[in-house]
Ligand binder design. Structure first.
Ligand code: ACO
Length: 378
């Protein structure tokens, strides 16, 4: 057997062959099925981009309408799921609530027919349609309110914001939210996608695949960083405090949240688009002083860490966009999951098409031939 060099974090080790997305970390390029994200952010919608990623091509007008129609008609969640969610502690993190709810969906659809395209399509539609409803339902229930029903006259993103805030969103905010979902939907072999593919490779159901990926996305080194960025900006408090804050953290070898990336060695192209979306929101709905602090953090980080290739990543400005929309900080990562579920499902489908169960190896560095010591001799 070939012995490979051990790479912590599997850095640089290909875990799959994939045609879903492509990143050039030196040039700051991200493509979905070969199309640059800048173009999709300008011209596409989240559901169209999800279709592109999962089925490999942009849909025709009829295909898109059919997909949108199916998603629209699967947005309600079963009352038993709602009742289960009512028992969740309101102090619990919404990512944990989402992980449990996504896994619970599998209880209702336990028939597994992984080689049937109709099963794949139904599962894709159901997950993309219900994840936002579950996120919004938990948000209302933890405030002591009943969840609201999805509104059939609102599109995907506008409906989510409506279910979250119980009022129809401003059209600009809804469009910007939709673009945020496009930017967060997919990103090659990151930790949660790897997690999804490992789970998929066992031929379990797609609800378990999504639940495992949600659990992985929640950590502060991955999707959870967007929450921590806002906490960091709150802690800094003013533009003058930025430099001493950054210097102090670097001295203590602590990370600056929302900066740095395993692949990008330049500014993440998603951060650039999110920054311009944040600016559009500030222009229409008023300035946010946290933006000035963020700009200064970016400046100081570039000065101190630019030579190491550390610049803002996708999480750096997404929180500022969601904050301006009045979304609570602990929902930023569940919103990331609303988007990313389509990327995970694209990888699920791709994994099934050429499956081999993941079974890496390890380098054992423990003891051998150790004798069992009876308990009274330890
Ligand atoms: N602040 C300060 N220094 C950093 C940062 C940062 N945010 N990121 C990396 N570095 C430094 C490390 O200290 C290390 O320095 P050294 O070589 O002198 O020891 C060097 O850059 C390499 O860093 P690693 O952590 O080894 O890089 P890795 O590729 O393993 O990690 C990661 C990438 C996890 C994203 C890291 O940059 C990080 O922790 N960033 C902050 C958390 C964050 O924003 N996560 C979101 C990532 S995007 C996403 O998941 C959606």
């Amino acid at each position: 057997m070939m012995v490979c060099e051990y790479k912590p974090g599997l850095e640089g080790i290909p875990a799959a062959q994939s045609s879903i997305s492509y990143v050039d970390g030196q040039k700051g390029i991200l493509e979905y099925r070969g199309i640059r994200i800048e173009e999709l952010a300008e011209k596409s919608t989240f559901l169209e981009t999800a279709y592109l990623l999962i089925w490999g091509e942009l849909p025709s007008k009829q295909e898109l309408q059919a997909f949108e129609h199916e998603v629209l008609h699967h947005r309600r969640i079963k009352y038993r799921i709602r009742d289960m969610m009512k028992c969740f502690p309101e102090s619990g993190h919404p990512m944990d609530a989402l992980q449990a709810s996504a896994a619970a969906l599998g209880l209702f659809y336990s028939l597994r027919d992984l080689h049937n395209p109709a099963y794949i399509r139904d599962s894709v539609v159901r997950l993309i349609a219900t994840i936002p409803t579950m996120v919004a339902a938990f948000q209302l229930m933890r405030k002591g309110n009943d969840p609201v029903r999805p509104r059939d006259d609102l599109d995907y993103s506008a409906n989510f914001l409506y279910m979250l805030n119980e009022q129809e969103p401003d059209p600009l905010a809804a469009r910007i939210f939709d673009i945020c979902l496009i930017l967060q939907v997919e990103h090659t072999m990151n930790a949660s996608t790897f997690s999804a593919r490992v789970t998929a490779s066992t031929l379990t159901d797609p609800y378990a695949v999504v639940a495992s990926a949600v659990g992985t996305l929640g950590g502060p080194l991955h999707g959870g960083a967007n929450e921590e960025v806002i906490q960091m900006l709150e802690e800094i408090g003013s533009v003058e405090n930025v430099r001493p804050y950054v210097e102090d953290r670097l001295q203590r070898k602590a990370k600056i949240m929302g900066c740095g990336h395993r692949v990008y060695k330049v500014k993440d192209p998603r951060a650039t688009i999110l920054q311009s979306l944040a600016e559009q929101l500030f222009e229409k709905f008023g300035h946010d002083k946290f933006y000035d602090i963020a700009l200064e953090v970016e400046r100081v980080v570039e000065e101190k860490l630019g030579s190491k290739g550390i610049f803002p990543n996708v999480d750096f400005y997404s929180g500022l966009v969601y904050r301006k929309m009045g979304i609570p900080t602990d929902l930023f990562t569940p919103i990331f999951a609303i988007a990313r579920v389509a990327g995970w499902l694209a990888h699920w489908k791709e994994q099934l098409a050429e499956n081999r169960i993941f079974r890496p190896t390890q380098i054992y560095n423990g003891a051998h031939e150790v004798r069992y010591l009876p308990i009274d001799q330890r």
